[in-house]
Write a protein that binds this ligand. Structure first.
Ligand SMILES: CC(C)(COP(=O)(O)OP(=O)(O)OC[C@H]1O[C@@H](n2cnc3c(N)ncnc32)[C@H](O)[C@@H]1OP(=O)(O)O)[C@@H](O)C(=O)NCCC(=O)NCCS
Length: 363
């Protein structure tokens, strides 16, 4: 290892240099049309987390040449609350790759996790080097439940013109065929539950969260406090819809239009959270999401789910499963009372649980 390279845990004042590296490595960062600078976004994401734990590491030479982050979170697994974290924004300057920097950053992350009492980490990646490394390392376990990306596209030709893919004719025919078949197998259902646009600060989601959290056997925390940070109005223009039955909240929808590419806005359903079996609320919220994005002329909507009931509701609302294999892994440290992820059946995952958003339809 080069003598001049120093591995460090985050100290104040280094954020500009970290953001410079992320911007160079990812050709722009964070690729969301945020209302703040990239540096303020980084500070929100990594320093203002409501759990007040940090795990940020980097290598410094004459500048920062490698960095990696973990976002602390709480997750509920079978009624038990765990501190967890999510791996995020790992980047190594191309000139320094293949020299073990990322491996060493992960070792330091693990030491910091030990100090913070965090025994459980979670990663989503599309990077083949990371996928290969995790697949061969026994401490990482691929989540055996499939994360299902769904899309609803109004005009496939327009999409392929703006975001070209290999074999566009096949993609086009495939999408149209699946949509047509789905319309017969999954006819659309009527909206039966009342929905209402709200401001997060005007409602209290905690009673709803307390009611549903134990109905899932794996879910990341979604308290009012967490959601107010995750969907802070200072960062981006999120919109919130709740579903209600007899004045009681039965679900929440979080919507975002990403105008990072101003010629092609992309719609995201960041959360569609209801009780796991409450298909009436799911359907009604998805109806509202479609109406919202259609009004804004958004051609593509992206949704992520792991719950088959939600997938069925999405299909009834015109969504198609995208042919993308999402690689999600967990890492459990030795001292954890082992959580047997294979035995968990009712899980919740959303794009809001991921730290970045897909732009196109490729892996
Ligand atoms: C992925 C990335 C962080 C790896 O960083 P790195 O410092 O080069 O990785 P390391 O040198 O520590 O190598 C880690 C492992 O990957 C393997 N590896 C590294 N580069 C490789 C390559 N180009 N091809 C195949 N294997 C490779 C190494 O052999 C090593 O395996 P081992 O520990 O079993 O020997 C870096 O390539 C990167 O910044 N990529 C672009 C940004 C990105 O996509 N980040 C991930 C977002 S999810």
């Amino acid at each position: 290892m080069d003598e001049t390279l120093v591995l460090e845990e985050y100290s104040e004042e280094k954020h500009d240099l970290i953001v410079d590296l992320l911007t160079n490595v990812f050709d722009g960062w964070p690729k969301i049309d945020i209302d703040v600078s990239s540096v303020d976004y980084w500070k929100w994401k990594y320093l203002k987390n409501p759990l007040e734990k940090r795990n940020i590491c980097y290598y410094i030479d004459d500048r920062i040449v490698a960095c990696s982050h973990r976002i602390p979170k709480k997750c509920i697994i079978r009624d038990l609350e765990f501190y967890a974290n999510q791996g995020a924004d790992a980047a190594v300057d191309p000139a320094y790759r293949g020299r073990g920097l990322w491996n060493n950053l992960r070792d330091l992350h693990d030491l910091i996790d030990q100090r913070n009492g965090i025994n459980f980490s979670y990663f989503i990646t599309g990077n083949q080097i990371i996928i290969d490394k995790f697949n061969k390392s026994p401490q990482y376990q691929r989540i055996p439940h499939k994360l299902i990306p769904l899309v609803r596209i109004i005009d496939v030709d327009k999409h392929l013109k703006i975001m070209p893919m290999d074999n566009p004719e096949i993609v086009k025919i495939g999408y149209r065929m699946i949509s047509a078949i789905q319309k017969t197998i999954y006819p659309s259902k009527k909206k039966t539950i009342e929905t209402e646009y709200v401001k997060l600060q005007d409602i209290n989601l905690n009673p709803f969260w307390e009611k549903i959290k134990t109905q899932y056997d794996f879910i990341f925390e979604k308290t009012q406090h967490y959601l107010e940070w995750r969907y802070s109005s200072e960062i981006a223009n999120y919109d919130f819809v709740i579903s209600k039955k007899e004045d009681e909240i039965t679900g929440i929808l979080v919507l975002l239009i990403n105008r990072y590419r101003n010629d092609y806005p992309i719609g995201y359903i960041l959360e569609c959270l209801t009780a796991p079996d409450d298909t009436e609320s799911m359907t009604s919220l998805l109806h509202e999401a479609n109406k919202y994005f259609d009004k804004e002329n958004v051609n593509i909507i992206q949704l992520l789910s792991i719950n088959q009931k939600m997938v069925k509701c999405a299909r009834e609302n015109g969504y198609v499963v995208a042919p993308i294999d999402i690689h999600a892994y967990i890492q459990q440290k030795e001292s954890t009372d082992s959580v047997n992820i294979e035995k968990l059946t009712t899980l919740y995952f959303s794009w809001g649980d991921h730290d970045s958003l897909p732009i196109g339809l490729k892996n």
